[in-house]
Write a protein that binds this ligand. Structure first.
Ligand code: MD3
Ligand code: FE
Length: 203
């Protein structure tokens, strides 16, 4: 079922559940090659979520700023290839949400422990802001903060559960959004961990 968040944003509840084994195996492979790290923001804060990436480009942050990079700065090596199960899920979810033909070239993998969060921000480092974004939630539940087009707009709070997929593009593409600090409520399969895959066309 398709739960609308905006005119061009929705949540597909449980859309990833039937592929969870393949997704978790692929995530384990990527993070064994490119371990998640806590990156530093240009403002000097260390992010509470630990990040890895796969695909041609990966989102990175350091004192110089945010950007997409073809190499993992932790290893000075290219990011692991995008697993086929990520590409298939992104394409299928985007089509279901009304964005046919989506092919991501970047997948950010966020790891959250209890109390980790992501402050309100916009995703605007991508070259083509006309492409949608697909995000997959696995493990512990989180409260998604769905804001407006200016930071001061009070965000809606929407729970995200294991297997949910969110898709947003068009007029909702530049909304402010974030993740509230996670409760300490371990997931039966993943334990005290939430993993978010954010699939984008970055280049
Ligand atoms: C935005 N990640 O990595 S994605 C990020 O769960 C990021 O790790 C969060 O924001 C995470 O940049 C949230 C989920 C999401 C869902 C629907 C949206 C972001 C959205 C709708 C509009 C704008
Ligand atoms: Fe974001």
């Amino acid at each position: 079922d398709r739960e609308p968040l905006g005119r061009e944003a929705c949540i597909l509840r449980g859309f990833a559940l039937d592929r969870q084994d393949a997704l978790l195996a692929a995530i384990a492979h990527v993070t064994a090659v490119a371990p998640p790290r806590h990156m530093v923001t240009p403002g000097g804060f260390t992010m509470s979520a630990a990040l890895s990436n796969c695909g041609a480009l990966g989102w990175v942050s350091d004192a110089r700023g945010y950007r997409y990079a073809a190499r993992d700065p932790g290893r000075d090596q290219p990011w692991p290839d995008m697993p086929a199960v990520f590409l298939g899920l992104a394409r299928d979810a985007a089509r279901e949400a009304g964005f046919p033909g989506f092919t991501p070239d970047a997948c950010l993998i966020n790891h959250y422990a209890p109390s980790a969060k992501m402050s309100l921000h916009q995703d605007r480092d991508e070259h083509d802001l006309g492409a949608p974004i697909v995000s997959v939630s696995l493990g512990m539940e989180a409260v998604f903060l769905f804001g407006g087009h200016v930071r001061a707009d009070r965000p809606r709070r929407v729970p995200l559960y294991h297997g949910d997929v969110a898709v947003w593009g068009g007029e909702d593409r530049l909304r402010f959004h974030g993740i509230a600090p996670l409760k300490d409520a371990p997931h039966p399969r993943l334990g005290p961990l939430r993993i978010n895959l954010t699939l984008r066309k970055a280049g």
